[in-house]
Write a new protein. Structure first.
Length: 594
RNA sequence: GGUCGCGUAGCUCAGCUGGAUAGAGCAUCUGCCUUCUAAGCAGACGGUCCUAGGUUCGAAUCCUAGCGCGAUCACCA
């Protein structure tokens, strides 16, 4: 398809030159809109000056020239200034054959470029919630998308395992935990630690209130409450390497990691390498010292280190506190450099919420100033918040949608619907469980990935996620339906068939579908360039809709013409392949039956 | 206040590197299961593409200003 497009574009350039002595670099070809006859359209308005003729006449001239010089174009029609070219059915038929013969159709062979994709990167004091789900699905999917576009990809995350917030859960556990463990309580490790994080907050608040009632200012109360004072002492001990504190920290973090692993596995995401802030922040400090020596950064009289970005239209940003301790930015610098030492990377993608747009803008400038050649290929995959109908999610108000609960609910819904529709007859318990998980997760993932990453999105837990229309299950269902047909064709011994079927006059719905399938490789490339799984999601939906229209209109197994049956089964098979590949990029599995 | 992002049907969203009559799904209504899976298909209803200017043969799309929503401007992460 790309080749054909290029051929026609070249033909049009030549036509303009010969007809009107006009030199243009390229001629823009676009898909003909559905309401008009034709496949590809050239808009001739830009060439009227050179042709010195009206739009219709110009389009006619061009059309005749192209029909005469390019075999694949059978006819053309002109509507106002739009030249619609009709590609012959034989070309579409051979396109389909080519698609069917291409292994891994749509996937580009792996090139040399290596890209790191960072995603997830949670705090280790709270369980994962809806916002993390969006992050994980996006990050994973963009990684898959880049792979499909021929990049070498490494999936990584940075675990925020250092800082006062960790000490809060640790302290509360010490005080109130009475030795409770995931084993003794039966709680998932991350949930258990999260529980103590909340406990801390409760106790801390109570102390603040008491202090205020004793006449303290609110600010002083917050600063002097025994809980926070103790937490700070604990952080200090941790930084000094106090054996007892470090042991507790390791134990509780271990619980959290175990809990997270379960959630990741359920979500179907994975990582090639984990980074821990507790390991990289020191490297960051070192690099800042070096940058200081190079003159990239500057030191204030109090000893704090800054970068001045006023020339770039930004502010001055702190990199080291006056006491020499590191900040968020320092750690990110260290992490980035650590990664470039671990991998020969050409670029990096950070999947982080849009509240950190500014942070990454600054980080990227810093990396460039420090002189790393990969710095120009850093990209912040910035996504909008997930809102609930009640507004923002707030852990303090208990309006958080927990990731594990959410996934469970999706599976339960999938189960209820499947049973209601009576789709599970003759399936083993294992098969049913696999299907419910696949469909539930399909609904959730598609729901989150079909919208443009940078937009805020609404999630209404009351209404739950749809299973009809533009949804994951709808797409999965179509795939299962195709597979059922192919199984039947196979059982009847008519498919797969040798050679290309003698079927040259396509029905409109068939032509429509082949056209769509032919666009798949281009879609992958665009989606990867834009870092947008949504482009793939919406494309797959288009394909599936076109297939269902055909399925309803035309008999597939029961046509009188055997060649037509084979052609349609080939078409069905290629559709299933494209759907499967597209959905795989979204991290969604498709079932053989449902 | 400065900066960044978003604003399209009742709701959730496509379309945005300028092109023809602005598209889907949900919701509401009407048809289609004695023929391949009705989680489906066909149709109806539903729009000041936030507003005002500008550029252009042509603007939902680009530019400017304004309005609305959000984020961010910490020696927090």
């Amino acid at each position: 398809m790309i080749k054909l497009k290029e051929k026609i574009e070249a033909g049009a350039v030549k036509a303009l030159k010969e007809l009107y002595a006009l030199d243009v670099e390229t001629v823009e070809l676009q898909q003909t809109r559905k309401d008009f006859e034709g496949d590809l359209t050239i808009v001739v308005f830009p060439y009227l000056r050179a042709s010195k003729k009206g739009p219709e006449q110009t389009a006619n001239d061009l059309g005749e020239f192209l029909v005469g010089s390019i075999d694949e174009i059978s006819t053309f029609n002109v509507v106002k200034g739009f030249l619609n070219l009709v590609i012959s059915d034989a070309v579409w038929a051979s396109q389909l054959a080519e698609i069917g013969n291409t292994p891994n159709y749509g996937i580009q062979p792996e090139g040399d470029e290596t890209i790191l994709v960072e995603y997830s990167s949670p705090n280790t004091n709270k369980p994962l919630h809806l916002g993390h789900v969006r992050n994980n699905l996006l990050g994973y999917s963009v990684a898959e998308l880049l792979k499909a576009a021929g990049k070498k990809v490494k999936k990584v995350q940075i675990i925020n395992d250092r800082g006062i917030h960790i000490c809060k859960s640790m302290l509360a556990w010490q005080k109130f935990g009475e030795g409770e463990t995931p084993q003794s309580s039966g709680m998932k490790g991350d949930k258990l630690v999260g529980k103590y994080y909340v406990e801390f907050d409760k106790a801390y608040k109570k102390e603040i209130e008491e202090l205020i009632s004793q006449g303290k200012e609110e600010k002083a109360a917050k600063d002097e409450a025994p809980m926070i004072v103790e937490a700070r002492q604990m952080l200090k001990k941790w930084e000094d390497g106090d054996a007892e504190v470090v042991a507790l920290w390791e134990k509780m973090n271990g619980w959290v990691y175990e809990g997270f692993e379960k959630t990741y596995k359920n979500l179907g995401v994975d990582f090639d390498k984990y980074y821990y802030e507790s390991n990289t922040y020191l490297l960051g400090k070192k690099v800042v010292e070096e940058g200081l020596a190079k003159g990239v950064f500057e030191k204030d009289p109090d000893g704090s280190v800054w970068i001045d970005l006023t020339a770039e239209g930004l502010d001055r940003k702190i990199l080291l506190r006056s006491d020499g301790t590191s900040v968020y930015m320092t750690q990110d610098i260290g992490t980035a450099i650590q990664r470039s030492e671990d991998f020969e990377l050409d670029g990096m993608i950070y999947t982080v919420g849009n509240e950190q747009d500014y942070h990454f803008k600054v980080l990227f400038i810093i990396m460039e100033k420090l002189g790393y050649d990969w710095a120009k290929n850093l990209y912040h995959l910035s996504y909008g918040m997930v809102d609930l109908p009640s507004g923002k999610m707030k852990s303090r108000e208990g309006t958080v949608v927990d990731a594990d609960d959410l996934m469970q609910e999706m599976e339960d819904t999938a189960k209820a619907i499947s049973e209601e529709l009576g789709k599970t007859e003759g399936m083993t318990e294992d098969e049913k469980a696999t299907l419910y998980h696949m469909v539930g997760m399909g609904a959730l993932k598609y729901f989150m990935l079909k919208v443009d990453p940078k937009k805020r999105m609404m999630f209404n837990p009351e209404e739950s996620v749809d299973f009809q229309g533009n949804t994951g299950p709808f797409i999965q269902y179509t795939h299962a339906r195709i597979k059922s047909l192919l199984r039947r064709g196979n059982a009847e011994g008519i498919w797969p068939a040798e050679g290309t079927p003698k079927y040259t006059e396509l029905q409109p719905s068939e032509r429509e579908l082949v056209k769509l399938l032919a666009q798949f490789p281009e879609i992958i490339t665009t989606a990867a360039d834009e870092h947008s799984p949504a482009v793939v999601a919406n494309y797959v939906y288009e394909v599936v809709k076109a297939y269902n229209a055909l399925y309803q209109q035309l008999p597939i197994m029961t046509d009188d013409n055997k060649e037509a049956i084979i052609f349609r089964l080939n078409l069905s098979s290629s559709t299933a392949e494209v759907v499967k590949t597209g959905m795989r990029i979204l991290g969604i599995d498709v079932p053989e039956r449902m």
